[in-house]
Design a protein around this ligand. Structure first.
Ligand code: EPZ
Length: 419
């Protein structure tokens, strides 16, 4: 196992290239199951969740090649096994995204139930109910979802709660269903738009992606395609906070600011100066301490839950008091006790964190628990006085491409060492 060792107090300056989006790349990789030919993907991020997805697809009979030009060739057109095994699914809940495509293409699927994770129970009931609406027969036994469908039949699907991957599962399943499917109360995340754009390039007939009503006209088959994955807005937001928390100036390359409006608005409230152009964003903190800001997470286009932990770190050293309310997941506060060990004054009341900014944090030995909580510990370590070590760095590697290399380029004193 590895840990990160950070000597804090450095002001970060410079520019960094944002990688492809984890939460777009994963559904797009599973969409390869729907195609009669290979997908050729550009800008796929080098993340452990992507490797896990490729291992899962390979276990089911997919072939893939990482080309020298960094494009990824994935051919899942002839699966030999329609089971997503527990041994792989337990490491990545997003494996549930294989269910819709397998049902649509092969009429059957056996998927290990993804367990909960550090941030909550994370049930998949909405996925299963919506697939039953499309005519699937679903039984859950011995920890597996057994699903079958002669042919999926298009219909109106109403989600009682906004759900990103359930919207993606139905979007993919409906592309090969008979007739038209309308998804009501659909999630509107940019990653869903990216998935829809890739499916359209494969021959799918989709309208409304990015709004709360998505209409899919089923077609008989989908072909392979070449597609470039959109940039990762959460990686981008995390690096903007690295600049804000250390008083520095950072330019992000290869990022669309339109997908980050809620994050940018909040950072401007902290006193950051932000300039955007077509493919880059520059945040300049001019050496100032940030002002504490109130945050409330909710579905896109509002403030994303995946940036909540990072803002807790920023508020910890900001001027003033503020509240951060988490409305999506029931236990996404694993970073709070760890930040408190660095001297942060954070108290939890229900699903709201009350922060009281301190002059500075002090380095400590910390334990990462989940992906975004780990990111918040890195940010706090960058700002803290003294040395911070963060164990179980594998959580970070799920969603951040070579984070210590990118931070080093920005002037951070950070090393990855063997435990
Ligand atoms: C996606 O998770 C993202 N993951 C998450 O990013 C993100 O935090 C989340 O959406 C919310 O934006 C991927 O895209 C791979 P949900 P997902 O279904 O789809 C409840 C990261 O850090 N729910 O939108 O699993 C659920 O418990 C990850 O990159 C049900 O009750 O989240 C939650 O409270 C973390 N039943 C709420 O809905 C269901 O069947 C929203 O969850 C499905 C969801």
């Amino acid at each position: 196992m590895y840990k990160l060792v950070i000597k804090g107090g450095k002001t970060l300056n410079g520019s960094v290239k944002i990688a492809g989006s984890k939460n777009a790349a994963l559904p797009i990789l599973f969409a390869s199951i729907l195609a009669d030919g290979p997908l050729i993907l550009n800008n796929t991020p080098h993340l452990s969740d992507v490797s896990t997805t490729l291992r899962l697809l390979m276990d089911m009979g997919s072939e893939f090649i990482l080309e020298s030009d960094n494009s990824l060739f994935v051919d899942s057109s002839k699966l030999t096994k329609l089971t997503a095994e527990y041994s792989l699914v337990k490491t990545m809940r997003a494996s549930i995204l294989s269910l819709g495509p397998m049902l649509a293409k092969y009429g059957e699927a056996k998927i290990s139930l993804p367990g909960g994770c550090a941030i909550g129970m994370r049930p998949v009931n909405l996925h299963l109910k919506a697939l039953e609406d499309l005519g699937a027969k679903i039984e859950v036994k011995n920890g597996y979802i057994h699903a079958s469908a002669e042919k999926l039949i298009g219909t109106d699907v109403h989600f009682e709660q906004i759900t990103v991957t359930a919207t993606e599962n139905i979007l993919m399943a409906a592309t090969l269903a008979q007739g038209t499917t309308t998804i009501h109360n659909a999630a509107q995340e940019p990653e869903i738009v990216d998935l829809a754009n890739c499916l359209i390039k494969m021959g799918a007939k989709i309208s409304g992606a990015g709004t709360s009503v998505i209409i899919i006209e089923g077609v008989s088959n989908l072909s392979g395609a070449t597609y470039t994955v959109c940039p990762d807005r959460i990686e981008a937001g995390t690096y903007l906070i690295a600049a804000a928390i250390t008083g520095g100036k950072i330019t992000l390359k290869n990022i669309h600011h339109q997908s980050m409006r809620a994050i940018i608005r909040k950072l401007i409230e902290t006193g950051a100066e932000i300039k955007c152009d077509k493919t880059s964003i520059t945040l300049d903190m001019k050496g100032r301490k940030p002002k504490a800001v109130n945050v409330r997470t909710s579905a896109y286009p509002n403030f994303p839950t995946d940036m909540q932990a990072q803002f807790c770190a920023l508020n910890s050293i900001a001027d003033g008091q503020a509240t951060i309310t988490e409305t999506i997941f029931e236990n996404r506060f694993m970073h709070i006790p760890e930040l408190a060990r660095m001297g942060a004054e954070l108290s939890l009341e229900g699903n709201t964190v009350i922060s009281k900014g301190v002059k500075s944090l002090t380095g400590a030995n910390l334990m990462a628990t989940d992906l975004r909580a780990s990111a918040s510990l890195v940010l706090a370590g960058l700002a803290a006085q003294g040395t911070t070590t963060i164990e179980r760095v594998y959580h970070l590697d799920r969603g951040y491409e070579t984070i210590e290399e990118k931070l080093k380029l920005l002037g951070a004193d950070i090393q990855r060492i063997q435990d």
